[in-house]
Every structure is written in structure tokens, then in C-alpha cells.
Design a protein around this ligand. Structure first.
Ligand code: C5P
Length: 447
């Protein structure tokens, strides 16, 4: 899986450093060659001997070590790698990277490298949420650094929240995906490969720079009274993955999310809303955008009246509730006369006749692409880590609606997001943008 991939691991000084020992083992099991730089603070948590036993190589620690410089040199450490992984990426290391400091071997190599860099942040929740760290992470993402994690959870300091380093297998997964999605490619071997890779839009690591992308995610909560609401089981995972995927490719990303238990993705403007109406207004306030991706499971209905006080349980009949329809955000964005995004993408969750229902929905809502998936409980897709989707593109041929359907195999939600992000890049850079097949041409069509 990672045969002959050369990974330079930079181990920062945090308690999560112990997990990097397992990371080295997992990477080598998959065929990668791992070389490690251990920072001075990192060496307080793991010993050079344990790191070197696992990498099967010497451990690099000192910028001013004459033997090390004579044998390999700090520039060579980066030249010999396909990918640099900083784990744990502490608040201090992130700040140094963002500021371009180069006072030790790790930061000098990070400054001197032209190879892709991935960070796996780990720190106390308050340090992660501190404005300085937010700024530093945003700067690094903007510089093209890839980020994996951090996760929410119990922390060594006794607190709970985002800041736990991603687990070794998650980091391995991110590395595998980076290589397999072609976003991180080892240097091309031949002139032919070199010219094909350069001409491909994805050869540019940030092909969505200058594109503004709006994403909706999560469920909505539609209040009944001050304590009760109508909701659904959406976790927001697919929408958040989508936001990360386009942001990693350089897009200016705005994520409008309903109530979910997920932390704001680093470097992404995240707007939290409760109801469908708030979601619509938040989306409208962000226009114009180049691409809109509606992943949210927006509540179809809301209670006509929100009771000002908690509705009391009284003897006799239960209360009746009168519902009214919510605005359809996807349709609103697709049908706009002004500021219609160049590409509008919907997600259709169905439990039967998935593809047929999604085609009808694509036409009814007037969007360009529809991502359809089966959310029957037995698929485990709602709330789970994986998704199996059909990618549907709507076209008008003559006077008839035509649909191209691709069935994508089951894969993680992250992977779906990355695959879709690549399609967006290809579409936005192809120069043949044929958006709004149905949106603005409604009426004169059969199909
Ligand atoms: O009609 P249905 O809810 O199945 O449509 C799903 C698609 O429409 C999703 O892309 C969802 O985000 C979007 N949608 C919306 N506003 C609604 C209902 C659905 O944006 N009120």
C-alpha cells in the first residue's frame, strides 16, 4: 500500500509522542520507509533508542551535529522524503512553522523542504482553541500543509474536547489517501510523466485557490417549544469531510452547519445554525460563491408556531401540531437569477429506488450534480464512517433530460469527499462549465 514511499516523521514534544512509535510500526508494515527527526522536547517523551529500533535507522536530533551533517545533511533529509509528517504537531511547533522559524533541525528541515507536509496536531483543548493557534493553523493550511485531526476526546490533562492527536491508523489512512488520490506524488521518473503530471489540474496541489465554496452540513433542529424540537439523525460527518476536502485543495471554504458534535475544522469559516430558515439566511449572506454543496439533512417541516412556554402534558388528548414546509436551500441556490453558483451539488439520501428518486430530485431542484445514497438503517451509513454513493450529472440533450450515473464503491466519507473534490476541480478547470441544466431552463423540457 505504501511500498517505497519515504516518510520523514518529525516527532514533537507532547504526550502523544508515544503514539508515533505505533505510527512508525504501522507505516513500515505497509511498506513505507520511515526516517525520524526527534525534537529536543520530543526526546522528553520518547527515547531515541525506541524510535530508532522501530525505524531501523538512526534518529536525527541535532542541527549542529558535525557527524550527521557530514553523513547526510539536513537538506538531504528532506530530499530523501516523499512526505514530511509532523506528529505530534504541538502548539509551539505549529507557531514556529507558521512564523517560518528555523532554530533547530526539525524547523530547519520544514523551512528547507519543497515536499508536501502533513501535520497531526495535539495539544490541550484551550491551546487548540486559542486564537493564536487558530491563526497559525489557518496560515499553514493556506501554505498548502495538510492536516489530520485533532480528534475530540478525553485528554491527558484531564479535560475533554478537540486536541487529541489523530490515532496512528487515522494518520496512516490520511497518508495512504494522499498518495492514492494523486495529491502527493513522488517525483515523476520520466520526462513523459513529468509533462503529463504538470498539465493535469490536480498536479497543482491547490487547484481550488480563488474559488469560494459554500457547504451545508448536519441536521436542523426545528423548535416545537423552548425544550423540544424536530430533528434527524444526520451526524454532519460527510459535510465536514467535504469542507476539509475542498479547503485542502485551496478553496476559500464556508461551512454552514446545523447542530452537530464535531469541532470546527481548522482554517474553515464555520457558521453554526439551528433551523432551516437560519441555514438559508446564513447561505444567502455568503453569496456570491463559485460552488455550493448542500450536504445538510435539512428538516422538511417545522412547527407552524413555536410555543412560548413548554407545552404541558394534560389529561385527555395529546396536543396536535401543525406543520409548515421549510425553505429548500438547494432549490433556492439552484434557481437564483442573481449570484447562482457556477456549480450546485445536492445530496439525496433515500431508502428505496435510490437512483431514480435522486434523478427526479436533481431535476426538481434544478441543481447540476446529485450524490445519491441509500440510508436504510441496515447500511449503517447514517452516523457511520462510510458511504456508498451514486454520482449523477444532469444534462439537457436537445429537449430531453439525460443523466450520467456512476456507481462509486463503498468507501469512507473522507474518501467520497476527496473524490468529489477532484471532480469539482476537473469541472471548474475544464473551461466547459455547463451548469444549471435544469435550474434556469425550467419549463421547455420534457424528460
Ligand atoms: O428533498 P431532500 O431533502 O431529499 O433533498 C436533499 C438535498 O436537498 C440535499 O442536498 C439537501 O441538503 C437539500 N435540501 C435543502 N433544503 C431543504 C431540503 C433539502 O437544501 N429544505
Amino acid at each position: 500500500m505504501l511500498e517505497n514511499r519515504r516518510i520523514l516523521l518529525i516527532i514533537g514534544g507532547g504526550i502523544a509522542a508515544y503514539k508515533t512509535l505505533d505510527l512508525v510500526r504501522r507505516l513500515r508494515q505497509r511498506g513505507a520507509q520511515v526516517r525520524a527527526i526527534l525534537t529536543r522536547a520530543g526526546a522528553e517523551f520518547v527515547t531515541p533508542l525506541s524510535v530508532s529500533s522501530l525505524t531501523g535507522d538512526k534518529v536525527y536530533q541535532d542541527l549542529f551535529d558535525l557527524t550527521e551533517e557530514a553523513e547526510i545533511g539536513h537538506i538531504q533529509l528532506s530530499r530523501d522524503a516523499d512526505l514530511l509528517v509532523v506528529a505530534p504537531a504541538t502548539a509551539d511547533l505549529l507557531a514556529k512553522m507558521a512564523a517560518g522559524l528555523a532554530g533547530d533541525l526539525a524547523t530547519t528541515v520544514l523551512m528547507a523542504t519543497d515536499k508536501p507536509v502533513m501535520i497531526a496536531p495535539a495539544m490541550n483543548v484551550r491551546m487548540w482553541q486559542h486564537p493564536a493557534t487558530r491563526r497559525n493553523v489557518a496560515t499553514l493550511l493556506n501554505d498548502g500543509v495538510f492536516c489530520v485531526g485533532p480528534n475530540d476526546g478525553d485528554m491527558a490533562c484531564g479535560e475533554y474536547g478537540p486536541g487529541r492527536m489523530a490515532e496512528p491508523l487515522e494518520i496512516v489512512d490520511a497518508i495512504v489517501k494522499h498518495f492514492s488520490d494523486g495529491r502527493i506524488t513522488p517525483f515523476p521518473e520520466t520526462d513523459e510523466q513529468r509533462s503529463t503530471e504538470k498539465s493535469h489540474p490536480l498536479a497543482n496541489p491547490r487547484p481550488l485557490t480563488n474559488q469560494r465554496v459554500l457547504i451545508t452540513a448536519g441536521p436542523t433542529h426545528e423548535p416545537i417549544d423552548p425544550v423540544r424540537y424536530i430533528a434527524n439523525r444526520s451526524s454532519g460527518k460527510q459535510g465536514f469531510a467535504m469542507a476539509r476536502a475542498v479547503a485542502e485543495l485551496g478553496a476559500e471554504t464556508i461551512l454552514v452547519t446545523g447542530p452537530v458534535a464535531l469541532a470546527d475544522p481548522p482554517g474553515i469559516e464555520t457558521i453554526r445554525v439551528e433551523t432551516a430558515q437560519e441555514m438559508l439566511h446564513a447561505c444567502q449572506s455568503q453569496l456570491p460563491v463559485d460552488v455550493a454543496i448542500c450536504v445538510a439533512a435539512v428538516g422538511d417541516w417545522r412547527s407552524r408556531q413555536k410555543a412560548p412556554e413548554k407545552i404541558k402534558k394534560t389529561a385527555g388528548l395529546p396536543p396536535t401540531m401543525s406543520l409548515t414546509e421549510n425553505p429548500d436551500i438547494l432549490r433556492e441556490l439552484s434557481e437564483r437569477k442573481n449570484n447562482r453558483p457556477k456549480l450546485v451539488i445536492g445530496f439525496a439520501a433515500e431508502t428505496q429506488d435510490v437512483v431514480d428518486q435522486a434523478k427526479k430530485k436533481l431535476k426538481r431542484k434544478g441543481c447540476d450534480w446529485m450524490i445519491a445514497n441509500d440510508v436504510s438503517p441496515e447500511t449503517g451509513i447514517i452516523g457511520g464512517e462510510e458511504n456508498a454513493v451514486h454520482f449523477i450529472v444532469g444534462n439537457i440533450v436537445g429537449n430531453t433530460a439525460r443523466y450520467d450515473v456512476e456507481n462509486w464503491p463503498r468507501m469512507t466519507k473522507d474518501h467520497v469527499a476527496r473524490k468529489l473534490a477532484r471532480r469539482i476541480v476537473e469541472h471548474m478547470t475544464s473551461g466547459t462549465i455547463t451548469s444549471a441544466p435544469f435550474g434556469r431552463k425550467r419549463g421547455g423540457m420534457n424528460g
